[in-house]
Design a protein around this ligand. Structure first.
Ligand code: TXA
Ligand code: MG
Length: 325
């Protein structure tokens, strides 16, 4: 934690005055505004270039404040909030009157979480209200896990950047829709399905993937400049070398099992063997390969269990078809 008390006070003042503050969380940096200030919330969408129909997450200071923001909290939601907050879990519930429709993209539900980061919690305590914050990146691009990433990407569009060091988890929160009887995961993230089910004592519903309900479910998201191609782990080296020979500037995500394999490519990232370290590093690796001038990234998917599910979800989206400009 590098932010000082004076920074926290200044950031709280910016929020109260209707400004935008980039804040660290344990997952990724957020671009925050006073959740109850419609004009400030609208500025978030402008700064990100995000369509106004895409709902935001309201960050609150503690699980005890949940009922100030939502209505009808079912038992499973209460259980998850008590168990995982502060932490990388977002709950979708019925919107309370304090939440403006600008923050929910017009929906009657609202996403809420308590972030597990000392700087974010200090800011929420000093400010006193809720802070709506999407990830602090331009719409569709790689989420920021350091204050430098935010400055490089959003620059003057943000009034104040609170520096809280690098994010510990590195991928966004898990979003769980708790409005229906059997909760379902809308986006895998920092809390694993296995952990959620252990606390609930029953399996979560599998949501239909055909309904695009959240921007994280659009085909292209979390995308670096370079194109991303996913191949089987044993083909990573041959595909990378082939593409490099064909004239691409290839960046390779080398799977842990091939850590020592020689590979002729423009740049190589050795994927960490620990899935937590992989999640923590993922967005930084993508940014680094862009910075090094790669135009193609060859990667494979990790085993889709635990945090591997969130990593695979982000890599698939990064590899998804890009909008034609
Ligand atoms: O870890 C995180 O969740 C980070 C940090 C900053 O807290 N935030 C984040 O925000 O990832 P964003 O805006 O990049 O992603 C929020 C996701 C979006 O996919 C959005 O559609 C979904 O939450 N969401 C928000 N409100 C919703 C609602 N009422 N129903 C369904 N999905 C919702
Ligand atoms: Mg985002």
């Amino acid at each position: 934690m590098t932010a000082r008390t004076t920074d926290i006070e200044k950031a709280a003042g910016v929020l109260s005055a209707g400004g935008l503050v980039a804040l660290p969380t344990e997952t990724v940096y957020g671009l925050g505004a006073n959740a109850e200030d419609s004009a400030a919330v609208s500025r978030i969408f402008q700064a990100k270039g995000r369509p106004p129909s895409h709902p935001l997450i309201v960050h609150i200071g503690s699980a005890e404040q949940l009922d100030d923001w939502v209505q009808d909290v079912p038992r499973p939601a209460r259980l998850l909030a008590e168990h995982f907050w502060p932490g990388p879990l977002t709950l979708v519930l019925r919107r309370g009157p304090r939440v403006p429709l600008e923050a929910t993209g017009g929906l009657e539900t609202v996403a809420v979480r308590v972030p597990d980061h000392p700087v974010a919690l200090a800011l929420l305590a000093a400010f006193g209200g809720g802070v709506t914050a999407p990830s602090a990146n331009r719409f569709g691009q790689v989420s920021p896990t350091t204050a430098d990433h935010v400055r490089a990407e959003l620059g003057d569009a943000v009034d104040f950047v609170l520096d809280g060091g690098s994010c510990e988890v590195g991928v966004e929160s898990t979003i769980v829709d708790v409005t229906s009887e059997i909760p379902s995961i809308l986006r895998p993230g920092g809390v694993t399905r296995e952990d959620l089910e252990a606390v609930l004592g029953f399996p979560l519903a599998v949501p239909s993937t055909s309904r695009v309900r959240v921007p994280g479910q659009h085909p292209s998201h979390y995308a670096p400049r370079a194109r991303v191609a996913l191949v089987e782990p044993e083909k990573v080296v041959t595909e990378a070398e082939l593409a490099q020979e064909l004239g691409h500037q290839v960046g390779v995500f080398l799977p842990p099992a091939l850590a020592d394999a020689p590979v002729k490519a423009h740049a190589v990232v050795a994927v960490p063997g620990s899935v937590a370290a992989y999640a923590r590093g993922l967005y930084g690796f993508l940014r680094e390969l862009d910075r090094l001038g790669c135009d193609l990234i060859i990667a494979s998917l990790p085993v889709e269990e635990g945090l591997g599910l969130a990593i695979a979800n982000r890599l698939r989206r990064a590899a998804g078809p890009r909008p034609t400009v």
